[in-house]
Design a protein around this ligand. Structure first.
Ligand code: INI
Length: 180
């Protein structure tokens, strides 16, 4: 039985390349998320050359930018960061839904892991809390959490369990043995 399990704590950035795509809207919350993500990648041995940061106007724009970055094939993972705060907009639900659905589609359509580090909160206070800005030491920072997810996914997909191996193509074997 092949199994792959590891603690997220042990994962490193190795030679992987990461794109952080971040919304400028609510930048007082998003900038700490970016810092949390960069700090986490660097704590896991990433260099500046392994991290690119791209900014877009708002959370609604994140999926298209993430899609273009994924399609460039230059990145092993994308970390999407933003903050949609309910008090701030009547179209909160549309922005959140399009952002979440769009980012999920980018990952599924391209095979490039996309970490969802977009805060969706009722209040500014909740957003500030989740950006780790209350304690001042980066604790409870969802940007840092998203970076850990990206690190874990690229390490996971780098294991041989995910390598294509046509000699083990069960569907093909079924056809060849006349069972299908
Ligand atoms: N974008 C955000 O990232 N967060 C918000 O809270 C927000 N609000 O409140 O409206 C927001 N709106 C802008 C949106 O993402 C687009 O940039 C805009 O609609 C233009 O496409």
């Amino acid at each position: 039985m092949d199994s792959y399990q590891h603690s997220a704590e042990g994962v490193l950035a190795h030679d992987f390349k990461f794109a952080i795509v971040a919304a400028r809207f609510n930048d007082f919350v998003v900038e700490p998320l970016i810092r949390g993500a960069v700090d986490t990648l660097k704590q896991r041995n990433a260099t500046d050359q392994q991290i690119d940061i791209v900014r877009v106007p708002g959370a609604f724009e994140l999926p298209l930018a993430a899609m273009k970055l994924a399609q460039s094939r230059r990145y092993h993972a994308i970390i999407a960061l933003g903050a949609v705060i309910k008090g701030g907009t009547p179209h909160f639900h549309y922005v959140c839904a399009e952002c979440a659905n769009g980012l999920s589609r980018v990952a599924l359509d391209t095979g490039v892991p996309v970490a969802f580090g977009v805060l969706t909160t009722d209040t500014v206070e909740q957003a500030v809390e989740r950006a780790g800005t209350k304690t001042g030491n980066g604790e409870n920072n969802k940007g840092a959490d998203a970076a850990m997810v990206a690190l874990e996914m690229v390490n996971l997909f780098n294991t041989n369990l995910f390598e294509a191996d046509l000699s083990k193509d069960v569907a093909l074997k079924g056809i060849n043995s006349g069972k299908v």
